[in-house]
Design a protein around this ligand. Structure first.
Ligand SMILES: *[C@@H]1O[C@H](CO)[C@@H](O)[C@H](O)[C@H]1NC(C)=O
Ligand SMILES: *[C@@H]1O[C@H](CO)[C@@H](O)[C@H](O)[C@H]1NC(C)=O
Ligand SMILES: *[C@@H]1O[C@H](CO)[C@@H](O)[C@H](O)[C@H]1NC(C)=O
Ligand SMILES: *[C@@H]1O[C@H](CO)[C@@H](O)[C@H](O)[C@H]1NC(C)=O
Ligand SMILES: *[C@@H]1O[C@H](CO)[C@@H](O)[C@H](O)[C@H]1NC(C)=O
Length: 713
């Protein structure tokens, strides 16, 4: 190929991955660059470099170290069942049994270290367990169901270069007046749409013109879709349905500050720089992967597929001071992003971002001071590359304390009949764990925010670029009603439709409230009517408590006019006055999938058929869309497991919650979307004996640094 560097990848995944191999520490910050003066953001948080080469694990859940990944590769290199070295899709810790982890204490010897490897060779996907102590492969199971592992950087490279070997593709590009040197191609998961696409790994490629802009997503070469056989490295099919559709303009699409700073916009009133100060330093400690802050302790682990995993989360009892178990493991298990356009070039765009691309693999370095405040601590991910060598995903998670001007609690009382005036207010400070994945065009910001009152707030922010569709239309005034009806979304700029789509993020929440055996309780609010003459009231609400017995009893669709609270309780641990200790899941703004249950993408994403599910704990049921989600048919989803209808009362149970968004794009989403966010909470219910933050002291002037700025001074 004449100039492979002209071919960009959607997320520059390969480039990002390759650059970070071993080289991260070789490029010190150029001190003479005045970042504050020119405001061009550093591409990486290059002022922080950690040497991972000699790290040793300190906790049973610590991710595999650099050396452990290398050792795993060495063991696999001499594994007799592999004729040649396979493609490595992931190398992660094979976690010890849950009871071992809960009972482990700092200072105890670590349980034996094992790696789970997902490897692909000659059309077969292997799940291997490699024991690092005995240097043995102790288990090797070949996937007998549908689907393939998460794509590797190598797979993506093959896919985006293959179309250029086909002269029909080149001709189609040049026929549209686009120079081949300006083409950027993206590897798109093909989904699964029946037998024609089975028994081989295929991917779709769609391309863009990057002439005149870094934001090539806004310049689609519409309707040209190439299907590539990943293993054979060859073009299977070229579909070209959009020849009459012009390529949208490049002007005003580049969002980079280097492009924006010279465009003086008189209407933009600047906001002065703002920052939070901690004169006495941060109150949290990170010891290896253990995070300790205020009354919380938890283990924090970067993961190539989930992005961030929070484990063994414990909160200190406000009365006894004892650390109490809350959650064994919480992480985003799968995402589902269906686009609402059934046409040839769009129907397959129904992504499972975690199982197809990997949320951690696409979580590039956070931008200091902007992605995370100055007081943030950064953590790297150490993952395995397709050839089994380790690489560092630097600064992929940040941890920081935040005082967002919110209140912990307050009350004031007006003095009357001799009572004292009361003015009591307590500021809220929280601890945030953040990660941002750039899965191609879209960015997902995932926050786990811990509060001192025991609440965990889980937030998902969506930003980045819309996936837009080229159109002949330029102006809605010239679009007839019938033409408008056939558009799959609003016109967001000349020649661009913002296609309507959904985002669903399903969280695995293995709650272990005060020990592993818990129950799931629905607290249904029901309208009661009074009998004639009983009360001046005609109606009121009453709670009806129902303990779910089996999985089907805990398949929940949220309903505004039939409301419930959903509690995970420990029936064996009662409060002073006899209430079971618990946490409730508090949904926020959310959305449900409305696709037909038999629609192939919905079958694969059947984990979104309900907003809440509860399953008995099973260490092999972690990925809601199946372990092998790529081209999977949906035979290993949360919905399939839940159909077994296993007992869940007073058992070790896992709660699953899906946060959803419908997105009807608008002009403000062009050329890059302002962040849209939604969230849910895990909130204590009768877990503490009373308000756990009663004793918090108010802040006084002397506690704070002297800042001279005054509003409207
Ligand atoms: C450091 O930055 C300055 C200013 O941008 C530049 O002139 C110089 O060449 C850079 N030095 C290195 C070693 O990159
Ligand atoms: C860096 O920025 C500061 C503040 O704007 C300025 O005073 C200083 O001269 C700059 N330094 C260089 C080397 O450009
Ligand atoms: C298609 O174009 C690319 C880029 O110019 C070139 O490297 C490649 O050889 C061309 N393919 C064919 C089949 O002509
Ligand atoms: C655990 O999960 C796996 C995968 O779904 C399943 O094959 C197995 O039967 C489950 N075990 C139990 C006890 O439910
Ligand atoms: C949890 O429940 C299971 C099933 O009822 C029981 O076998 C087990 O002993 C219980 N564990 C604890 C720690 O109570």
């Amino acid at each position: 190929m004449e100039a492979p560097s002209t071919i960009l990848f959607f997320s520059l995944l390969l480039v990002g991955v390759l650059l970070m191999v071993y080289t991260a520490s070789l490029y010190p910050l150029n001190q003479s660059e005045n970042l504050s003066d020119n405001r061009i953001q550093a591409k990486t948080s290059s002022d922080r470099h950690v040497d991972h080469s000699n790290e040793i694990p300190q906790h049973p859940l610590d991710p595999l170290t650099f050396q452990e990944i290398k050792k795993t590769k060495t063991i696999l290199s001499s594994y007799p069942k592999f004729s040649t070295f396979p493609s490595i899709n992931s190398i992660t810790l094979y976690e010890p049994e849950k009871s071992i982890v809960w009972n482990w204490h700092k200072g105890d010897p670590l349980p034996s270290r094992q790696a789970t490897v997902i490897a692909y060779l000659n059309g077969k996907s292997h799940v291997l367990i490699v024991d690092l102590g005995s240097s043995q492969v102790v288990s090797d199971v070949v996937n007998s169901g549908s689907g393939y592992p998460v794509l590797t950087a190598k797979d993506l490279e093959i896919v985006v270069t293959a179309p250029f070997t086909d002269s029909r593709f080149n001709k189609s590009i040049t026929d549209r007046g686009v120079s081949l040197s300006d083409v950027a191609c993206g590897p798109l998961a093909s989904g699964w749409y029946g037998p024609n696409e089975e028994s081989r790994r295929v991917m779709k490629v769609e391309c863009y013109s990057r002439e005149g802009t870094a934001n090539f997503y806004m310049r689609p070469i519409e309707g040209l879709v190439v299907t590539v056989d990943i293993d054979k490295n060859e073009v299977v099919e070229i579909r070209d349905t959009g020849r009459g559709i012009p390529i949208a303009k490049s002007s005003n699409t580049d969002y980079r500050y280097s492009e924006q700073k010279n465009k003086k916009k008189e209407s933009t009133i600047p906001v002065n720089p703002i920052s939070m100060e901690q004169p006495k330093g941060p109150s949290f400690k990170v010891d290896g992967h253990m995070v300790k802050w205020a009354n919380w302790e938890f283990h924090l682990k970067p993961d190539p597929r989930a992005g961030v995993v929070i484990s063994v989360a414990k909160v200190r009892d406000s009365e006894s001071g004892i650390l109490r178990n809350v959650m064994y493991k919480g992480f985003p298990s799968e995402l589902f992003v269906p686009y609402m356009d059934p046409s040839e070039a769009w129907y397959f765009k129904t992504y499972l971002d975690a199982g197809e691309y990997g949320m951690g693999l696409t979580a590039f370095s956070l931008v200091p001071l902007n992605d995370c405040p100055r007081n943030a601590y950064y953590m790297d991910g150490v993952f395995g590359l397709f050839d089994g060598t380790p690489f560092v995903q630097s600064n992929m998670i940040c941890v920081f304390e935040r005082s967002a001007g919110e209140l912990g609690w307050r009350h004031s009382e007006f003095s009357f009949s001799g009572m004292e005036d009361i003015r009591e207010a307590r500021a809220k400070v929280t601890l945030v764990v953040r990660m941002a994945a750039s899965v191609g065009n879209y960015d997902y910001i995932i926050d786990w925010e811990f509060q001192t009152d025991g609440l965990i707030h889980i937030k998902v922010g969506l930003t980045g670029m819309l996936m837009v569709k080229g159109t002949v239309h330029q102006d809605m005034n010239d679009v007839s009603d019938s033409e408008s009806m056939s558009m799959s979304g609003p016109l967001v700029s000349e020649n661009l439709i913002g296609v309507v789509h959904d985002h669903f993020i399903t969280f695995h929440l293995d709650m272990d409230i005060d020990s592993s055996n818990n129950s799931f309780v629905k607290m249904n609010l029901v309208k009661q009517e009074t009998s004639p003459g009983e009360s001046p009231r005609k109606s009121y609400l009453k709670t009806k408590r129902h303990v779910a017995k089996s999985e089907k009893d805990a398949q929940i669709k949220l309903k505004l006019y039939d409301p419930s609270e959903f509690h995970v309780v420990n029936p064996n641990k009662k409060s002073r006055i006899g209430n079971p200790s618990g946490y409730k899941i508090v949904p926020g703004g959310t959305a449900a999938s409305l696709l037909d249950l038999q629609d192939p993408p919905q079958m694969r994403a059947a984990f979104t058929n309900n907003q809440i599910w509860v399953t008995p704990y099973n260490r092999s049921e972690e990925w809601a869309g199946g372990l092998f989600a790529y081209q999977g048919k949906g035979d290993d989803t949360l919905a399939v497991w839940s159909e077994r209808d296993r007992t869940i009362e007073n058992r070790d149970i896992v709660l699953w919650y899906t946060l959803g968004f419908h997105h009807i794009p608008c002009q403000e989403d062009y050329p890059i979307m302002p962040t849209v966010s939604s969230s849910f909470q895990l909130k204590p219910v009768n877990f503490f004996e009373s308000n756990p933050i009663l004793g918090v002291a108010p802040i006084v002037e002397e506690d704070l640094p002297i800042c001279s700025a005054v509003a409207s001074a």
